[in-house]
Design a protein around this ligand. Structure first.
Ligand code: FES
Length: 68
Protein backbone atom coordinates (compact mmCIF):
# COMPACT_ATOMS: atom_id res chain seq x y z
CA UNK A 1 0.00 0.00 0.00
CA UNK A 2 1.99 2.95 -1.30
CA UNK A 3 1.34 6.64 -0.96
CA UNK A 4 1.07 7.85 -4.55
CA UNK A 5 -0.18 11.42 -4.17
CA UNK A 6 1.60 13.19 -1.35
CA UNK A 7 -0.32 16.44 -1.83
CA UNK A 8 -3.71 14.81 -1.28
CA UNK A 9 -2.53 11.77 0.72
CA UNK A 10 -3.97 9.27 -1.76
CA UNK A 11 -2.69 5.71 -1.70
CA UNK A 12 -2.46 3.29 -4.62
CA UNK A 13 -5.36 1.26 -3.26
CA UNK A 14 -7.74 4.25 -3.52
CA UNK A 15 -6.67 4.87 -7.11
CA UNK A 16 -7.09 1.22 -8.12
CA UNK A 17 -10.50 1.20 -6.44
CA UNK A 18 -11.51 4.27 -8.48
CA UNK A 19 -10.34 2.56 -11.68
CA UNK A 20 -12.33 -0.57 -10.86
CA UNK A 21 -15.38 1.62 -10.24
CA UNK A 22 -15.15 3.08 -13.75
CA UNK A 23 -12.39 5.71 -13.81
CA UNK A 24 -10.65 5.39 -17.18
CA UNK A 25 -8.89 8.73 -17.55
CA UNK A 26 -6.69 10.94 -15.42
CA UNK A 27 -9.65 13.29 -15.03
CA UNK A 28 -11.84 10.45 -13.80
CA UNK A 29 -9.27 9.49 -11.16
CA UNK A 30 -8.86 13.13 -10.12
CA UNK A 31 -12.60 13.49 -9.67
CA UNK A 32 -12.93 10.19 -7.84
CA UNK A 33 -10.19 10.49 -5.25
CA UNK A 34 -8.38 13.81 -5.62
CA UNK A 35 -5.05 12.35 -6.72
CA UNK A 36 -3.02 14.51 -9.12
CA UNK A 37 -5.10 17.61 -8.53
CA UNK A 38 -2.38 19.86 -7.11
CA UNK A 39 1.32 19.81 -8.06
CA UNK A 40 0.94 17.05 -10.65
CA UNK A 41 4.06 15.26 -9.48
CA UNK A 42 2.17 12.00 -9.07
CA UNK A 43 0.62 12.07 -12.55
CA UNK A 44 3.09 9.54 -14.03
CA UNK A 45 2.35 7.07 -11.22
CA UNK A 46 -1.41 7.60 -11.58
CA UNK A 47 -1.17 7.09 -15.34
CA UNK A 48 0.85 3.92 -14.82
CA UNK A 49 -1.84 2.55 -12.49
CA UNK A 50 -4.51 3.51 -15.03
CA UNK A 51 -2.66 1.73 -17.81
CA UNK A 52 -1.99 -1.38 -15.75
CA UNK A 53 -5.48 -1.77 -14.33
CA UNK A 54 -7.41 -0.64 -17.40
CA UNK A 55 -5.57 -3.24 -19.49
CA UNK A 56 -6.59 -5.83 -16.92
CA UNK A 57 -10.25 -4.85 -17.29
CA UNK A 58 -10.03 -4.98 -21.08
CA UNK A 59 -8.37 -8.40 -21.00
CA UNK A 60 -11.25 -9.78 -18.90
CA UNK A 61 -13.90 -8.83 -21.49
CA UNK A 62 -13.58 -12.01 -23.62
CA UNK A 63 -13.75 -14.17 -20.49
CA UNK A 64 -17.10 -12.71 -19.51
CA UNK A 65 -18.40 -12.32 -23.04
CA UNK A 66 -18.67 -8.55 -22.83
CA UNK A 67 -18.41 -6.52 -26.00
CA UNK A 68 -15.90 -3.68 -26.26
S1 FES B 1 1.76 14.57 -5.40
FE1 FES B 1 -0.17 14.32 -6.30
S2 FES B 1 -0.77 16.35 -6.82
FE2 FES B 1 1.13 16.61 -5.80
Amino acid sequence: MALICHCEAVRDRAIVKAIHRGAHTLGDVQAACGAATRCGGCEPAVLELLERHTDQAVSLRPVFGLSA
